[in-house]
Design a protein around this ligand. Sequence first.
Ligand code: NAD
Length: 478
Amino acid sequence: MSGQITYRAPELLINGQWRTGRHAMTVAIVNPASAETLDRLHLANHDDIAQALQAAQQGFEAWRQVPAFERCARLEKGVNKMREQMEHIATLLTLEQGKPLAEARAECAMAADLIKWYAEEARRTYGRIIPARIPNSRMQVLKQPVGPVAAFAPWNFPLVLSARKIGGALAAGCSIILKGAEETPASVAAMVACFAAEVPAGTLQLLYGVPAEVSEHLIASPIIRKVTFTGSVPVGRHLAQLAAKHLKRITLELGGHAPVIVCADADIDKTVAQMVVHKFRNAGQACLAPTRFYVDRAIEGDFMDAFIAASHKLVLGDGMDPITQMGPLASARRLAAVRDLIDRSVQAGARLHQGAAPSSGFFAPVSLLTGVTPESPVIQEEPFGPVATLTTFDGIDHALNLANQCAYGLAGYLFTDSARTILKVSDQLEVGSLAINGMGVSVPEAPFGGLKDSGYGSESGIEGMEAFLETKFTHHCA
Ligand code: NAD
């Protein structure tokens, strides 16, 4: 019991029915602010997954017949329900994930916004007419839903990252089986419930299970025509191999290690104010989080002092406490991984500037590492926690060279007023999204996706919609 809410692990949604998973295993759902178990989650077994697959086929047959105009209206009804229930959904999210309630509300609003955008876009899935080669004939390109989708979303932004998949698939006319993250199941279930009543049974289903069992079963099934995954590089590689074996289309969003290039003409106070908020949001567990700061040597000292001062002022605590600005990491596993990365980086020569953190739960202090080299573990590996690095550069070519020496390529940030530098960095920085003098790299109407080890394919924007559509050519002669 917390505040007004009694936390309960959700059931699975299979063929329009909410019911308990029948796997022999259950997993504990833990409040990361206190390390206390909130409830136990029952997982899907082989039969549950098989049933969901059959229902997904039937759901697809029914949903694809619903005209786009009506699909849009039904999804918008779900969005309205979600907005009405925002406080409830956000509270579940904070309890199971740890982020401050204000961030949980913002995430819920963003998830609703994403599905709303996709719903509207359903009405614009245009094909085209190609001028015919012969008289009395018509050549057309049709856009059709690709079919039942298997979607895998993680625990860091469980609502937003599930919404990108649910919104795109349903707007396009596909059915979708979502495997949410077992760590954060109730908030996603509450969101899914807002839409489930608006679509035919089997169109939208929710499973929790042993991740490898669920993904292997779903991807191998001939019913599934499209796979979409957000998570880590090793799991992404594994799913890409499964998708290749069964010739399934796949979209992969696999995290990032975002460079921030701060030039000598940047407004230090404004840059630090924005980047401290962005860096430590969700305790740094964000694929687009700024992590590698490359700062012009001329302003290094001023930037570092301002960054440390602002980040050490952040109030860490339980996300349900209104004064909290940064919550705990989402799990004991993440806390151990972040500590290990910092230790190895310090052993490799980095200097650590660290704030304080509560001793309960899974809190990690804000940490800045300086004196790092391109070989340093914290540069090579995505920190996925409240950890940033600071390196100086001499000239923009040097900054680009350092920034591009990384296997990831998701988001990037640039602070300067020089048009020449903006042009150069826009052309040469190896990232899928670049924010200049700001932090907005992800909005519903723009594509979001990575280069290199950050994966392939885009979510959101018309590219995100396209990922759930098949292209068909018809040539009609009289
Ligand atoms: P992990 O590799 O154990 O799991 C990542 C996600 O994939 C989880 O949601 C998990 O449930 C799921 N998963 C694991 N095995 C799977 C399988 N065989 N089939 C389907 N899904 C599977 O990592 P973690 O400890 O949960 O998270 C740590 C790392 O994951 C981070 O360092 C970060 O790189 C990455 N991550 C990235 C994002 C992102 O937004 N791109 C989100 C969460 C985690």
